[in-house]
Design a protein around this ligand. Structure first.
Ligand code: PMV
Length: 353
């Protein structure tokens, strides 16, 4: 392993009880991560924008352990959620070498999402990045000075949910090794925000909530299906190529190329799901309609607007801040009615973590 954040219990000055708080933001991938090897090593590098308005606020309370087994309780908006505890237990087990004091405590995890529950917005990236930041704060409370605290938080978040590793940094972020970016690696994300042109730094993301509710296919299963996928190797190669082209477009304010690559990535991700075994269609008719409306509007007006998708039916509409006025009129007139209960989330690239 190139980087390793292993510590020993003697590195810490443990406290009997306490609490820490952190906020974790959602992110939207431009180059998609879909397919992984063991220990959450991505099959290809990915690039994302961190978002501002979609976040998870987490408070982690800890108390010296009573029994043999670590007791973990999870509360969402104040309500105990026993179903969530096993996922956190599994996460804590996977990071025990890096945060060895987990053994010594019982925990209460109190979380609140800024976006509506069951909106189809994945809470794993924001949730796991918030929790990882809480653990890093615990290290600090215990007197452990870590100069690479953000990198370690990203490293830990990755073990909870791959895409969460990107949520620790503002702006544009890369996770996964690529020859194009010095310092990029498979274990934690790094910022590439300094390389992107200002036009992209305040890009807007209007999330069309086409289908609220739980995703039909978990990303765990989706990643797994890439193991046996006939097109996997070609897809991983394509992601590398697309990353190289996108990076240049981000640096040179080449919005047309940005649009071409971002949309191609979204459709390639869905093409993988449509051709896996078993196969899935995660788009809804309104997803396709929204894409067609965006293409039509772009053709009619020349506005620099495009879409991306995650592993679900919701559509992320991306556009420069400077075109906001015209584009918002278009969104309200032609896209809003395609959303469940006409609900949308207005978000934008986060520059303030
Ligand atoms: O981090 P996971 O395991 O939930 O996977 C995320 C996968 C996508 O959202 C579809 C793509 C990405 O890179 O975020």
């Amino acid at each position: 392993m190139r980087n390793n954040f292993i510590t020993s219990i003697s590195d810490y000055n443990l406290q009997p009880t306490g609490n820490v708080k952190a906020k974790g933001f959602s992110n939207i991938a431009l180059i998609k991560y879909w397919g992984k090897y063991s220990k959450q090593i991505p099959a290809n590098p990915s690039v994302s924008f961190t978002l501002s308005e979609a976040f998870t606020q987490t408070e982690l309370k800890f108390k010296e352990k009573r029994g043999n087994k670590t007791n973990i309780q999870v509360f969402l908006d104040g309500t105990n959620q026993p179903d969530f505890a096993p996922k956190i237990e599994k996460f804590f087990q996977s990071i025990i070498d890096y945060i060895p004091f987990i053994h010594y405590y019982d925990f209460e995890v109190h979380t609140h999402n800024s976006f509506p529950h069951s909106s189809g917005i994945a809470s794993s990236a924001s949730g796991m990045s918030a929790l990882a930041s809480c653990l890093i704060q615990m290290e600090e409370e215990f007197g452990y000075k870590n100069e690479k605290a953000i990198e370690k938080a990203s490293f830990l978040a990755r073990l909870g949910s791959g895409s969460a590793s990107r949520s620790l940094y503002p702006g544009a972020v890369v996770w996964g090794e690529t020859a194009e970016i010095e310092g990029s690696n498979n274990e934690f994300s790094i910022s590439i925000n300094h390389r992107i042109n200002p036009i992209f730094q305040d890009f807007q993301d209007c999330i069309l909530l086409i289908h609220k509710g739980k995703k039909r296919v978990s990303s765990t299963l989706g990643h797994q299906l890439m193991n046996e996928h006939l097109f996997a190797e070609q897809r991983f190669k394509q992601a590398h190529q697309n990353l190289k082209i996108l990076l240049k477009a981000l640096e040179q304010a080449d919005i047309d190329t940005f649009i071409r690559i971002v949309e191609k990535e979204a459709l390639s991700l869905h093409a993988m799901m449509m051709t896996s075994d078993p196969y899935f269609i995660l788009m809804e008719p309104q997803t396709v309609k929204a894409i067609q409306e965006i293409w039509r509007f772009r053709e009619e007006t020349g506005e620099k607007i495009c879409f991306t998708l995650d592993a679900g039916a919701n559509v992320h509409v991306l556009y420069p801040k400077q075109s906001e006025k015209n584009i918002l009129t278009f969104i309200n007139e032609r896209l809003k009615s395609l959303c469940e209960n006409q609900e949308m989330l207005m978000d934008y690239v986060n520059q303030k973590i």
